[in-house]
Design a binder for this molecule. Structure first.
Ligand code: F6R
Length: 660
């Protein structure tokens, strides 16, 4: 959701920024824009070039053909509208009235109305409806009239020096801005632009991932973060900045993650990080092991199909090194909780959203069955507002692909505040949730670029199962049972491959369901969350209305909707609820519903209740979601392709939901 890219170095910034925006497309956006500074020209009067466009990045690229952009410093943005419609004026970067300062911003400025009114009284004219534009003007205000503040702490530097020349009042044109004299780029309290940013941010309530440039300062980008991620890629004589690591993978694997409350002064050769009080912060760089190829389509038409097909491989990555077959248990490091504390747990709570929530629901079955600890699964967005019951005997799992979901971040903080043990089950290495929790497991699904989550889901389920086995083994589960489960887990990738090999067959079936306006997805027990996930996949990428239901609930109301125009997709694999589920399917068929059944290999009886059938290999009941979800992912995918949808970037959705 919104993407930021920045570059400062010796290469031409434009191609890096444009490619960076493309790399972040998967997050979801509706407009884009960039600003480039030309250092050569800046010295002789300065030039800031801005281009913005509504719609796809190709629209931006088309506009870029009108001029040359030799600059080696720039910032760029993909916007996902929150305040103000999807228009070019509302697209970022926003430029302050003085024409010198440009910003890109992710997040929400909650007190923007109040700040806007104040700025308007000072004569500032706003050109957009966004909350973000306030930041540009506020920073410009402090840049031209720095407040007198006590000398900064930490490095013992002097306070702000007011040495700015008055800047021309208005831009030369929409794309080129002339500015006055070049400022001095100093570190610490002497950095006029950084100080202006800090002063402005002290007045702001809300969240931000922010990049700021000034045409007078062609040697630096200021970055600041509160609640919206920013990563800085470090290479010789250059820095890359982005909302996540994807845009920098082609150039560097050495990154520094900004934390909340930090401000970075980024020049070609230097990186200085401090807080709003100007206390210096020393941070390590982290080596990222994702490679660029993993973030590309690799010959598939869509990221989503590639990611569905990757499931057997990334599943192996998820479980590798985490199995102790001899002891029949899972080996999960970095948990920050002793075995005694684990045995003493009274409650498990899983917090997450969307697909991660459905993975969590599968986890509930596993925790309750194996560890016999009551487990509650809650939407992060609800959990944090309902005064949740959590204490030191509660273990909270935060499950998230991106590790940046705003609701889950806030829910984690609430759980910690209440004294619960918190573990993360996260995909993106170094993401906010992973770092804030500091305990838990990465799911190792690799970069997931399609908005609709697939491989992250299976790996989340894998990690929840491993956690349940580990807890179970500390309580009631025998070594033999643990071992049997682990052996079944090891057999999953081959079984996934068997399902994926039926892709062409599933494509043919999908075509028969393309013209319906409504579908039901039914499951029972551990396959109930599978039905919910299948339904979510379909609605988000095909825009067909679908409902996920527990089979036994149909007769309590939804059955009224069933007709020959409202087909049912049902999971009828051979488990303890087989007969019950079969009855529920027959109830729907008796009312005219066409049925597509997911059944266990060799189960001819299932064909009796099926118009169409997809067979999946047999596995242990608790592991069924790992297999049964895959045909539903493929079904949704092929229906969406058949309907000509933008499969990887469905309308209105964002990959990383960084606003509440
Ligand atoms: C659906 C989907 C979303 C996410 C949800 C949580 O396919 O991708 O429902 O699962 O927004 O995102 P993360 O897992 O990043 O916290």
């Amino acid at each position: 959701m919104c993407g930021i890219v920045g570059y400062i170095g010796n290469k031409q910034a434009l191609p890096i920024l444009v490619q960076g925006l493309r790399d972040l497309e998967y997050r979801g956006y509706d407009s884009s824009g960039l600003v480039i500074l030309d250092p050569e020209q800046s010295r002789g009067g300065g030039i800031m070039q801005r281009v913005r466009a509504v719609g796809k990045i190709d629209n931006l690229v088309a506009k870029l053909k009108d001029a040359k952009y030799p600059g080696t410093l720039g910032i760029a943005h993909t916007r996902w509208a929150t305040h103000g419609g999807v228009t070019e004026e509302n697209a970022h970067p926003h430029i302050a009235q003085d024409g010198g300062i440009a910003i890109v911003h992710n997040g929400i400025i909650e007190n923007y109305r109040e700040l806007k009114e104040k700025l308007k009284k000072d004569g500032v004219k706003f050109t957009s409806d966004t909350d973000s534009e306030v930041l540009a003007h506020l920073i410009a205000h402090y840049y031209s009239t720095p407040p007198s503040i006590p000398p900064p702490q930490g490095e013992g530097k002097a306070g702000i020096r007011s040495h700015s020349s008055p800047l021309p009042g208005s831009p030369k044109s929409v794309t080129a801005f002339g500015v006055g004299l070049r400022g001095e780029d100093k570190g610490g309290g002497e950095n006029q632009l950084a100080n202006a940013v800090k002063s402005a941010l002290k007045e702001v309530r809300g969240t931000y991932g922010l990049l700021v440039v000034h045409a007078d300062h062609p040697d630096q980008i200021i970055a600041a973060r509160l609640g919206s991620p920013l990563v800085i890629g470090v290479a010789a004589g250059e820095h890359y900045i982005a909302s996540d690591v994807t845009p920098m993978l082609a150039y560097t694997k050495q990154v520094t993650f900004l934390d909340d409350g930090e401000v970075a002064e980024i020049s070609r050769d230097n990186l200085r990080i401090s807080n709003l009080k100007d206390e210096l912060i020393t941070k390590p760089t982290t080596q990222i092991d994702w490679d660029q190829a993993k973030a590309q389509k690799g010959g598939y038409e869509h990221f989503m199909l590639k990611e569905i097909m990757e499931q057997p491989t990334v599943f192996e990555d998820a479980i590798r090194g985490r199995i102790n077959m001899e002891e029949g248990t899972a080996v999960l490091g970095g948990l920050n909780i002793s075995e005694d504390q684990m045995r003493d747990l009274k409650r498990i709570v899983i917090i997450s959203g969307g697909t991660a929530y459905y993975a969590g629901l599968v986890g509930k079955y596993a925790f309750e069955r194996l560890a016999q600890i009551p487990c509650e699964v809650d939407f992060s967005s609800e959990f944090r507002y309902r005064d949740p019951i959590c204490d030191k005997k509660t273990l909270v799992y935060a499950v998230s692909q991106s590790g940046e979901t705003a609701d889950t971040i806030m829910a984690v903080r609430e759980a910690k505040r209440k004294g619960a043990h918190v573990r993360g089950i996260i995909n993106v290495v170094g993401s906010t949730i992973a770092r804030e929790i500091g305990a838990g497991s990465y799911i190792h699904a690799g970069p997931e670029m399609a908005v609709a989550s697939t491989k992250a889901y299976t790996n989340m389920v894998a990690l929840l199962l491993l956690n349940a086995i580990q807890l179970g083994r500390l309580k009631h589960v025998t070594q033999a049972t643990g071992k049997r489960m682990l052996e079944s887990l090891l057999a999953v990738p081959a079984k996934m491959n068997e399902i994926l090999a039926q892709a062409e067959e599933i494509k043919k079936i999908a075509k028969k369901y393309t013209h319906y306006k409504n579908l039901f997805f039914l499951g029972r027990g551990v396959n109930y969350p599978v039905a919910l996930e299948g339904s979510l996949k379909l609605k988000e990428i095909s825009y067909i209305h679908s409902e996920g239901y527990a089979g036994g609930e149909m007769k309590h109301g939804p059955l009224a909707l069933v007709s020959d125009d409202f087909p049912v997709v049902a999971i009828l694999t051979r488990n303890q609820l087989y007969e019950k589920m079969k009855s529920n399917i027959m109830e729907a068929r008796a009312r005219g519903a066409k049925t597509l059944i997911i059944a266990t290999e060799g189960d001819q009886e299932a064909s009796e209740v099926a118009d169409d059938i997809i067979f999946v290999p047999k596995t242990m009941e608790l592991l069924e979601p790992l297999l049964n979800t895959i045909p539903l992912q493929l079904l949704a995918y092929y229906i969406a392709v058949e309907l000509g949808r933008d499969v990887d970037r469905p309308r209105n959705l964002a990959k990383s939901v960084t606003v509440e």
